[in-house]
Design a protein around this ligand. Structure first.
Ligand code: GAP
Length: 517
């Protein structure tokens, strides 16, 4: 099945089973804004817990905060967002559709890459075990031709970004004959800068209102609290401040479901270090963060680092952790070495001294910062995309059945256990409720007595429930039940008294934490 079709099915699945709804749907929706539904919010909370505990609980020198969305407007002047938080925008005159010029060019480069990957995949299939990918990539004429085209675009693109040359960005689009996907024409406007921050007014106009911004990143809430946390928490460098919260960006092009939203959530860490130590910590956090992703058990080749072509105004090193979505490798997390830019700017604009006295060096300095910043929503999409599977099941009678199963990491699954009485009578529902009443303090449980057991299994597979338990008449006699495992569909008879331990071993987040570097 084509990857676009898989993605469409995934989006439909998210709605049908209560994971994600379009915001304001009964009013025809609000573009690039989404609501998390009854199961979506559970998965999202579990992702946040996995991140928060891995940062705050597992690191002695990391603490968390929850700062306000509204902040003093000068903060955004100091941070550079008022002047420089822009995207290059271009319109197609025929379709009247608006695009990010940089994304159009990146998509073109991704097309060349896909063409190369297809050649490699074809050759791999043909030559099997003996295939030498590195040699093929460096000698195959079709791969080399595409690489040459991609590199040429890349060189011009990086130069244009570095020089902030909007005319050159347009010229790259023209020279490479990039067409509007809607109208199919190459009738483009000039490229112009577009600030991504939303603003609103605080206070009533009569007593003087002021323009404030909805934060486009949570990071600034951490920087402006640096002194408060360092002093009240008696934190010693190196130390980190973590935060999870909403961020808002007036994205020019909102695409790919919850991948690019106008209201989204970030999980950010600012790690304060001695000047000169930042590259060591940058490498360390790259490794730590990649191991957090890989602990979830998805294939290693779905992840890669992608170093930035153009550094943000505050960074001296930056890389992204990219994940292979159905629509290609895309950024899930950014890791930046932010130097002392933000703290110094806030020191200058606020007039307050923001420094650290290092007792070991016996001197004061402005700390340097390494940041890790991941979008909760992108992580959610990544997990759903990787977990969604359509499987064929051979039945005993020779027929083939199909199931849709979400192979979610059990620790993140919204529901851990579904308890099902075989029939709705003879005391089985009551016994099932007893099991739930016992386990519900530790695990999210559901009760289901409707339809055949097969249909009930399918419903739970579709929402990713790792365990189902069925009670029959034997259960009333010997306190045993049949437990069914989601991924293998294997079933076994176990004692009700053992369910707690089985679930604990099967869905605990501890196992994920133990894998972390
Ligand atoms: N404080 C640094 C910062 O905000 P960023 O690369 O702009 O860096 C960090 O954003 C992460 O936030 C991204 O890797 C992505 O996961 C998420 N993110 C950014 N813009 C987003 C959007 N419009 N919708 C959903 N997630 C977004």
């Amino acid at each position: 099945m084509a990857q676009e079709d898989v993605f469409k099915k995934l989006v439909a699945h998210c709605k049908e089973y209560g994971f994600v709804f379009q915001s304001s749907e009964i009013y025809d929706g609000l573009s690039a804004v989404y609501d998390y539904a009854q199961l979506g919010v559970e998965l999202k909370n579990n992702i946040k817990k996995y991140w928060w505990d891995s940062m705050v609980k597992l690191h002695e020198n990391v603490v968390g905060i929850d700062s306000a969305i509204f902040m003093h407007p000068t903060i955004w002047k100091a941070s550079g967002h008022v002047d420089a938080f822009n995207d290059p925008l271009i319109d197609n005159k025929d379709s009247k559709k608006r695009y990010r010029a940089d994304v159009l060019i990146e998509d073109l480069m991704a097309k060349y890459e896909t063409k190369m990957d297809k050649e490699v995949a074809k050759a791999k299939k043909k030559f099997g075990e003996t295939f030498d990918e590195a040699q093929f990539r460096s000698t195959n004429p079709r791969v080399l031709a595409n690489k040459e085209k991609m590199d040429a675009v890349h060189t011009r693109f990086v130069e244009a970004l570095d020089k902030n040359d909007l005319n050159e960005l347009k010229q790259i689009i023209i020279d490479n004959e990039i067409a509007c996907p809607i109208s199919g024409t190459k009738n483009w406007t000039d490229v112009r800068q577009f600030n991504l921050m939303f603003s609103t007014d605080m206070g009533s106009t009569s007593d003087g209102s002021s323009k404030i911004y909805l934060r486009p990143e949570t990071a600034q809430g951490i920087f402006v609290n640096y002194l408060n946390v360092q002093k009240t928490g008696r934190m010693k460098i190196p130390f980190g401040i973590a935060q999870i919260g909403k961020a808002f960006r007036n994205e020019i092009v909102a695409r790919q479901f919850i991948f690019r939203m106008r209201e989204f959530e970030q999980m950010e860490l600012q790690f304060f270090v001695r000047p000169g130590d930042e590259m060591k910590w940058f490498e360390k956090w790259k490794e730590t963060r990649m191991s957090w992703h890989k602990a979830l058990g998805f294939p290693d080749d779905k992840y890669r680092f992608h170093d930035h072509d153009k550094l943000a105004h505050y960074a001296n090193a930056a890389t992204d952790i990219e994940f292979k979505f159905p629509f290609g490798f895309k950024e899930v997390e950014g890791i930046h070495s932010r130097t002392d830019f933000d703290l110094k700017q806030h020191q200058e604009f606020s007039g307050k001294k923001i420094q650290y006295f290092d007792p070991e060096l016996n001197k004061s300095y402005t700390p340097y910062v390494v940041e890790t910043s991941i979008g909760v929503d992108r992580m959610f999409l990544q997990i759903m995309a990787e977990a969604y599977k359509e499987e064929k099941i051979e039945k005993e009678n020779g027929k083939v059945d199909e199931r849709v199963v979400l192979k979610l990491p059990p620790a993140l699954a919204p529901v851990k256990l579904c308890v099902m009485p075989l029939v709705k009578k003879d005391g089985l529902p009551e016994k099932a409720r007893e099991i739930i009443n016992d386990l519900k303090f530790d695990f999210n449980c559901q009760y289901d007595e409707k339809d055949s057991i097969g249909k009930r299994y399918r419903r739970q597979d579709a929402i990713g429930t790792p365990f189902c338990v069925t009670l029959d008449h034997q259960s009333l006699e010997d306190n045993t039940v049949t437990i069914r495992h989601r991924d293998t569909m294997a079933q076994e008879r176990v004692e009700i008294a053992n369910l707690y331990e089985i679930l604990k071993a099967g869905v605990s987040m501890k196992d994920l934490f133990k894998k972390l570097k």
